[in-house]
Design a protein around this ligand. Structure first.
Ligand code: HEM
Length: 137
């Protein structure tokens, strides 16, 4: 396997049909033609990103290690960025979105505790008040 071949984005973009399907994932070029019919997620999603950068789509699904091994087998080369080409897609989106979702669930947990504590304090205060009222009679 020659993984040293370089493809420009324009070259990758010309391989965008079911019978000839390349895609870029994390700056590497993969020939997915033989895999289209076998993809457990269906051929449609692969054709959608055919000839383009599928890094985000691939990572958003949270593919398994097995999927990454299959990907390794489809490698045909590296991306050659020319001046004026769009910058590589950031990989950070998955980690930042998971961080923000975990922090928001964290603050929900704190809010829940606050509601329980304040509710408890009010109930305790009301109980004491009623006791004092009864004692005064
Ligand atoms: C050549 C690149 C790709 C390979 C080798 C690949 C491989 C796989 C494999 C092996 C699975 C089974 C579950 C797993 O092991 O994670 C899977 C599931 C899936 N893939 Fe991909 N995939 C590729 C690209 C994509 C892209 C670009 C998308 C776009 C959204 C996608 C969407 C999905 C979805 C939605 C599933 C879940 C199917 C289900 O569980 O019903 N895949 N893929």
């Amino acid at each position: 396997m020659s993984a040293t071949k370089e493809f420009t984005l324009q070259e990758v973009a010309s391989h965008n049909t079911k019978k000839d399907l390349y895609m870029v994932i994390h700056e590497k070029v993969y020939d997915c033609t033989s895999f289209v019919d076998e993809h457990p997620g269906g051929e449609e999603v692969l054709l959608d990103v055919g000839g383009q950068d599928g890094s985000e789509a691939f990572e958003d699904v949270g593919h398994s290690d097995e999927a990454r091994e299959i990907l390794d087998g489809l490698l045909v080369g590296n991306v050659k960025r020319l001046p004026g080409d769009p910058a590589p897609k950031a990989h950070a989106s998955t980690s930042s979105s998971s961080a923000s979702s975990s922090s928001s669930s964290g603050s929900f947990g704190v809010g829940l505790y606050a509601v329980i504590l304040i509710g408890g304090a009010i109930a305790y205060g009301a109980y004491n008040y009623l006791q004092a009222q009864q004692a005064a009679q």
